[in-house]
Design a protein around this ligand. Sequence first.
Ligand SMILES: Cc1ncc(COP(=O)(O)O)c(C=O)c1O
Length: 390
Amino acid sequence: MQIDHFYRDSWVEINLDDVEYNIKQLAEHIGEDKGIYAVVKANAYGHGYVQIAQAALNAGASALAVAFLDEALHLRQAGIQAAILVMGATRPEDAAIAADHDITLTFYRKDWLEAVRTQQLAKTLRLHMKLDTGMGRIGFRTSEEIRSVVSLLEDPSLHLEGVFTHFATADEADLAYFEGQRSKLDALLKTLREVWNDPITIHTDNSAASMRFAAEESDYVRFGIGMYGLYPSKIVKEEHPISLRQAFSLHSRIVHVKQLEAHEAVSYGATYETDGPEWIGTLPIGYADGWIRKMQGFEVLVDGKRMPIVGRVCMDQCMIKLDQAYPVGTEVVLIGTQQGVCISMDEAADWVETINYEVPCLIGARMPRVYKHAGQTVEVANTLYSGRTF
Ligand SMILES: Cc1ncc(COP(=O)(O)O)c(C=O)c1O
């Protein structure tokens, strides 16, 4: 167990049991013949690369997916040996590093394959072909493009292991665009099967698609947001195809309490003015932690009651209006449950007019993360001076 100390009164708690629960719920839902890529890019959506990767693999995920090679190397450096797919762009000159570390890369351009073939790869490079069936991001879009790269793939240092696409609207009520993407996918896969005889794994479904209508032809799903216990959209949440548990909660403690007189102001711009005598608490968390300025006016939980954030959120602190005096050190929940009252990630996302994906991603590296398993703290991670005790 690694315990990094931290010396501030704000922290994230990640419940690894919830991550495992969510993986198991999905595994049961999609059936045994499909594998799960646990999507742990972007610091596992702000939850912690290595801790989430390990929890996901323990719970039955078959492999990991990230956006960039640096993220995959971070996982390898931490000793993770599972298969890792880089789903985004990698420079051709970095292909050898990926091959050396058994990291699978995504390709979507002919000139990329040509450039990789000019390199001396000491080990076979595993590749997944990305198809753009309507996301408009990266991927081959036509049968001609697929045909044009087949001969390049017949290179002993390359191994075409998989093919995948990504859906743009699998979480929406209107499924017309999604169906269109699936038809395009069928046509492109038909071409690929005509020109490539070796077995290839197929993976098409993100959380929304895997929870709602896991495609029959897919060997794997790519499970991101659902693994963290969040539904990809309100529609999917209402449909509730599987039960999920939000793993992330955000905590702080009151570091200062004071009573202001009527008509006194709080924070930059003096935008908040007290109506009468008011108890104001200060929390050591601000926009530099990802608790962005738009959180002004949102609520936090103190003693199981909702209290508003008043005045502008500062870089490292923000102020809340209290219903009474509370002692310094009183715990505050900014996202999560306190005494049975819940402020969900979805509610926080709604307040700042974004999606639930963005909120934990914003909570930055300065914020310590405390990992819980079976009710116990199993790790405390502080990236500011990881592994050192002061
Ligand atoms: C290519 C790809 N696959 C899978 C995912 C996971 O999506 P979700 O978090 O909705 O499950 C993402 C996330 O953006 C992605 O870019």
